[in-house]
Design a protein around this ligand. Structure first.
Ligand code: SF4
Length: 257
């Protein structure tokens, strides 16, 4: 269950923020898979993961679906005001109920200073889901009171191609309590199983209340790891964490955004 919503907060002093896109779709990953959500994608990311398929570079324009889920977009100039985003969400809610607003990227915590003004207002409309790469701890602490569900990553160096981020992930995991959510680990044919053990140890030690999701990388629409291997890795991770689940991405199967 989501936590209680906050009292109304005036949006008058909220800063404008550049956005990539706003659209309505089904959540395609993890525990909330299949839930209808409003997605607000923020620009920028401090990483460059080998499997990244997201366009997160900041642009002069933001694209916004004309109707929830119709795949047709209008374009507006960046940055956007909080009022204009609320207008979109309120209009969509009259047409179709959404379960939550997904704050995604890129890495949305790069915009924590502005989001600390936006999230209390957005949260008056719908619960807030934050999708993050799980590295920016001070920003998490700043926004934590305004988040209802967090989806945070642990990046395996053998899969992401990124440097050793274990220390940063540990610091982040230590601050997740009492949030609800999930910890996501992308695995691929390149995965070093010792890194799965290490991720599960960290998650089990610092956030045992959050399920650990092993998500196989998707290539050409299909998971890049065999079911047999996933069973093996789920067993491996379960030595250190009591709630390990294997959940593939749904969007490539359905051809959705
Ligand atoms: S953290 Fe996410 S958005 Fe950033 S490069 Fe990696 S996959 Fe892409």
């Amino acid at each position: 269950m989501f936590g209680n919503l906050t009292m109304p907060v005036p949006a008058t002093a909220s800063p404008d923020i550049p956005l990539i896109e706003i659209f309505s779709s089904l959540q395609g990953e993890g525990l909330q898979i299949g839930c209808r959500q409003v997605f607000i994608r923020f620009p920028g990311c401090q990483l460059d993961c080998a499997y990244c398929d997201t366009k997160f570079e900041a642009r002069d324009i933001c694209r916004i679906e004309t109707l929830p889920g119709n795949g047709v977009f209008r374009h507006v100039s960046n940055p956007l005001s909080l009022f204009s985003v609320i207008d979109v969400i309120d209009g969509w809610q009259l047409q179709l109920p959404h379960q939550a607003i997904s704050i995604t990227g890129g890495e949305p915590l790069l915009h924590a200073a502005q989001l600390s003004a936006w999230l209390p207002v957005l949260r008056q409309r719908l619960p807030i889901v934050l999708e993050t790469n799980g590295l920016l701890t001070p920003q998490l602490i700043e926004l934590r009171p305004h988040i209802d569900f967090i989806s945070t990553d642990i990046k395996l160096p053998s899969v992401s191609g990124q440097a050793d981020l274990w220390g940063q992930h540990e610091a982040f995991l230590r601050e997740l309590h009492p949030l609800e959510g999930q910890i996501k680990v992308v695995v691929s044919a390149q995965t070093n199983p010792a890194e799965i053990s290490r991720a599960a140890q960290l998650a089990g030690a610092y956030a045992p209340h959050l399920p650990l999701i092993l998500q196989p990388e998707t290539r050409a629409g299909v998971p890049s790891v065999s079911g047999e291997r996933l069973l093996e890795w789920q067993c491996l991770a379960s030595r250190y964490h009591a709630q390990v689940r294997v959940i593939p991405q749904m969007h490539p199967l359905l051809g959705l955004l």
